[in-house]
Design a protein around this ligand. Structure first.
Ligand code: GLU
Length: 428
């Protein structure tokens, strides 16, 4: 972890300013896009199981909706800040534009530690969040989804509250719903699988065969677990995975050089992706400090936890063998860290391309919810692969034509599309 102060929104704005310069955007467009259009801050009183009322802070930030209703997840995290939510909302705008779905960018958050909340308390929190913004979100305004430490059950409680308030059935209000309740097959897998679709394309560019590669993964939540699952299926081997140990309040890295066994680790992890270190030790995993994931002698790194994972403090520790980084998390690499990766010639699949599978599948879920006609899992994943692979090809072509890294090329495409939409609407 870098000791320098880190502000995700300042980082997102600096990224934007650099691309605005490359695109020669006019001042009005810059002023519009470097800030959110709207944001809501609220207090959420929740009666806890012991009878006391605890008040949580919640946010919804709507960065831009020129291309369609806002879209983006809701995070439950003890270190959530409004600036992180602002950055994540901006990144959602670029992500939706990059994969060319007709959606804008939003993000929500609640400052809370879901590990410490009972199911009933979590339900009350979800319902309170919806009550706070019920008039400002909805199928044609802004559509939430799961993110860090939220899941289908949370989405269903939120949907139920929204429908209760508005007096009707609105399955298009939220995505990431349980499959039996209007969700899409493949949505749970989509973000992690999408990371591997992008990894597969990048390996082709690097002329590497997946079965000849090894990877180290940061995180063991939904994105990481499904990325590992598909990467194993295409022949890769994950030798290390790190996760947050909530009890000990530190990260731990689990290493098995012969390759981790995904079902085995899933069997000893809680629902937030914390692996039990004692049980892992008994199963023959080496327990290393949390940041050891980045120093592994592997070909591929997959940061799939939170922002601020690869910085100028630790990028120098990346093994000379690493050829490829696929950013499963949002914002895992700071600009300073990115600079080091560029100098090293590491191929980076930027977050808003690598992890776009989630929102792309959310868009498919909306289409299915709105038409009340549901597709097979193969259909969903086939369409997902097609949409993401075509976005990868766009980015790779722009990168080659303009001699830019993938991240800059992706920003140029995405920000260009959003700026055009604002212009076409007559906003700027
Ligand atoms: N939370 C996911 C993301 O960061 C998915 C958002 C969505 O499905 O709306 O992309």
């Amino acid at each position: 972890m870098s000791t320098k102060s880190f502000n995700a929104f300042a980082m997102a704005q600096a990224q934007f300013d650099r691309i605005a310069e490359l695109l020669e955007l006019d001042q009005g467009t810059r002023d519009l896009l470097r800030q959110p259009l709207r944001e809501y801050h609220f207090s959420l009183p929740v009666r806890m199981d012991d009878g006391r009322v605890r008040v949580f802070r919640g946010y919804r930030v709507q960065h831009n909706d020129a291309r369609g209703p806002g879209k983006g997840g809701i995070r439950f995290h003890p270190q959530e800040t409004v600036d992180t939510v602002r950055a994540l909302a901006m990144w959602m705008t670029w992500k939706c534009a990059l994969v060319n779905v007709p959606l804008g960018g939003s993000k929500g958050g609640v400052v809370c530690a879901p590990h410490d909340l009972s199911q009933r308390e979590q339900e009350a929190l979800c319902r309170a969040w919806v009550r706070a913004v019920a008039r400002d979100v909805g199928p044609v305004l802004d559509v939430p989804a799961p993110d860090v430490m939220t899941n289908g059950q949370h989405m269903l409680w939120m949907l139920d509250e929204f429908e209760h308030i508005h007096g009707g059935k609105y399955p298009g209000f939220i995505t990431g719903k349980p499959v039996a309740m209007g969700g899409s097959l493949g949505r749970t897998e989509a973000t992690g699988y999408g990371v591997v679709f992008m990894l597969r394309e990048a390996l082709k560019e690097l002329q590497l065969r997946p079965q000849d590669t090894q990877a180290s993964v940061q995180g063991f939540g939904n994105v990481a677990q499904h990325a590992i699952e598909l990467y194993h299926q295409i022949g890769g081997r994950v030798t290390a995975v790190s996760c947050w140990d909530h009890g000990a309040q530190r990260a731990v890295c689990f290493r098995k050089k012969s390759g981790i066994d995904l079902p085995e680790l899933r069997g000893i992890a809680d629902r937030f992706g914390t692996i039990d270190p004692q049980k892992a030790g008994k199963l023959g995993y080496e327990l290393l400090p949390g940041d050891a994931w980045i120093e592994q002698d592997v070909d591929i790194l997959i940061p799939a936890a939170l922002e601020h994972a690869i910085t100028d403090d630790n990028a120098g520790k990346i093994s000379r063998r690493v050829r490829l980084i696929a950013e499963g998390a949002n914002g895992p690499t700071t600009p300073e860290g990115d600079h080091i990766l560029r100098e090293r010639g590491i191929f980076v699949i930027p977050d808003f391309l690598a992890n776009a599978g989630g929102v792309t599948c959310s868009y498919f879920e909306q289409v299915q919810s709105n038409t009340n006609f549901y597709w097979t899992k193969d259909e969903v994943l086939g369409k997902l692969d097609l949409a993401m692979t075509s976005a990868f090809i766009d980015v790779s072509q722009t990168a080659h034509q303009r001699k830019l890294p993938m991240r800059d090329a992706a920003h140029i495409i995405a920000i260009g599309r959003v700026a055009q939409a604002c212009h076409d609407r007559g906003w700027v």
